[in-house]
Write a protein that binds this ligand. Structure first.
Ligand SMILES: Nc1ncnc2c1ncn2[C@@H]1O[C@H](COP(=O)(O)OP(=O)(O)OP(=O)(O)O)[C@@H](O)[C@H]1O
Length: 244
């Protein structure tokens, strides 16, 4: 692959007491790629996302973004370095409207925006994520998919190089799922690099350039979705021995 490496993780190890949640994980993400991080429940995916975003520090190993070692930097420094994320449980400011939610994000990016500049950037961003008609709607009054869009907008307000989506498509009905997939595809077409933890196989197949699969903290596969999803070791990890 000729694209430049944006993120490189190597030898990443995280234990919680006696439980090894992430065991010598390593993978690269190239600029402009969507990489799916897959694996059965409890395999360590969210812990990897937390180690990349700085919510947790590894016991060993390195996280390198665009050639810079960002391992164990505090969350705000990693965010300034160019990584933003969404969470399994949507995090938005329910009592504020959509513009205010985005403005709160814009205040935390490198080169923060305030006042009229923030308002105008917020309106542009709401349009980009399909919320132009809800600028003055309270976040708490939005439908579930629109709350997800707004959380994504708050992450994009930080102008990330790398976006981490943690089950961003979970819980959507079939038509919302297609809308969500289209939005992620649009972000990729704009040049954003994305790691997505996802269980929705249609989304993985249609969006991911590559999938990294974990089982019990360890990487068991890394390759194009069609190859990885038919790998007997991956099928065994998800479904048990009888299906492999
Ligand atoms: N803060 C923590 N303290 C103790 N154990 C933890 C902590 N966070 C995660 N774990 C454990 O580490 C293992 C990996 O958890 P993790 O949430 O990373 O898995 P996951 O693949 O994201 O799972 P899911 O698909 O269910 O979200 C699990 O056994 C989990 O119980």
């Amino acid at each position: 692959m000729s694209a430049k490496t944006l993120l490189s993780i190597s030898g990443l190890h995280k234990a919680f007491g006696g439980l090894i949640a992430v065991n010598q994980m390593r993978f690269d993400v190239h600029e402009g790629e969507i990489v799916g991080l897959l694996g059965p429940n409890g395999s360590g995916k969210t812990t990897v996302m937390n180690l990349i975003s700085g919510a947790l520090s590894p016991n060993e190993g390195k996280v390198v973004l665009a050639g810079r070692d960002i391992t164990s930097l505090p969350v705000h420094a990693i965010s300034h370095a160019g990584i933003a994320r969404t969470f399994q449980l949507v995090r938005i400011l329910h009592d504020l409207d959509c513009i205010e939610n985005i403005e709160a994000g814009l205040a935390f990016r490198p080169g923060p925006l305030w006042g009229d500049a923030a308002k105008s950037a917020a309106i542009t961003l709401l349009d980009r994520i399909g919320l132009a008609d809800h600028a003055h709607t309270s976040a708490g009054d939005l439908t579930y998919i629109d709350q997800k869009r707004l959380e994504l907008g708050r992450a994009l307000a930080l102008q990330p190089k790398l976006l981490l989506l943690d089950e961003w498509l979970a819980g959507l009905n079939p038509s919302e799922l297609q809308e969500g997939i289209s939005l992620v595809r649009k972000l990729k077409s704009e040049g954003l690099t994305i790691i997505m933890v996802e269980h929705v196989m249609d989304a993985i197949r249609s969006l991911c350039d590559r999938c990294v699969v974990m089982n019990a903290g360890t990487k068991i596969a890394d390759g194009p979705p069609e190859t990885v999803l038919s790998d007997p070791e991956v099928i065994r990890a998800y479904l048990g021995d009888s299906h492999a």
